[in-house]
Design a protein around this ligand. Sequence first.
Ligand code: 6PG
Length: 252
Amino acid sequence: MISPELVVCADADQLAQRAAAIIGQAAAASIAQRGRFTFVLTGGSSPKQTYERLAVRAVDPAIDWSRTYLFVGDERFVPYDDERSNYGMARRELIEPAGIAGDRVFPMPTDRATPADGARAYAQTLQQFFDMPGGGPMPVFDLVLLGLGDDGHCASLFPHAPALQVNDTSVTWSPPGTLPPPVDRVTLTYPALNAARQVLFIVPGANKAEAVRDIWQNDAPPIERPAAGVRPQSGRLTWLVDKDAARLLAAR
Ligand code: 6PG
């Protein structure tokens, strides 16, 4: 694994600017090398400023949305028009404003009978998209965007959750974690996250500081701080934190 990189940004706005630039660079490189950019979105509030920048093309190099395919890293098991939907948020903040065509966007299905059914369906979608006959190895996304929960979760991989132990498929489901909203989830698994060519964490805010310290300074185990388990086998791992989120780190 390439050494993980921790970048401390002055504030949330500079973090969003840096994140948009990294995503733009990943898109340009992926399209140049493979003719497409496969980009996994995160939910929550942290990405909104980044999505806004991407949507208005306030990024250099500009992203070629016609060669970009969007996925989601996790989803609340609610209808897409529910205010808690991660896809619903991405549609409002990025997909519609950027004019991204629907056939390039792959939301997690939340209309199945159970979240487990939704997870199976999404794993099949990924197998087809990445042309992995018979289940094959894991999908290799070009860039996975992740936020960090105050408890150190990422995607919907919550502390002590059974989903942390799933290593034979790319997508699983999880009951609610301890943080709101208290709804079942569908989530990418560690093997899917760790197969990515690049993982980018965006972590603004003082409420993340304890989890950042535990992961970056106290070597917290993934069972306690699940984001610690995101270690791409051969991909790049970059954490963008703002000064508030970095405030408990020893002087670097
Ligand atoms: C979710 C998200 C989740 C999020 C973190 C951080 O479905 O809730 O995908 O993993 O990234 O909880 O959330 P904030 O960005 O709102 O702090």
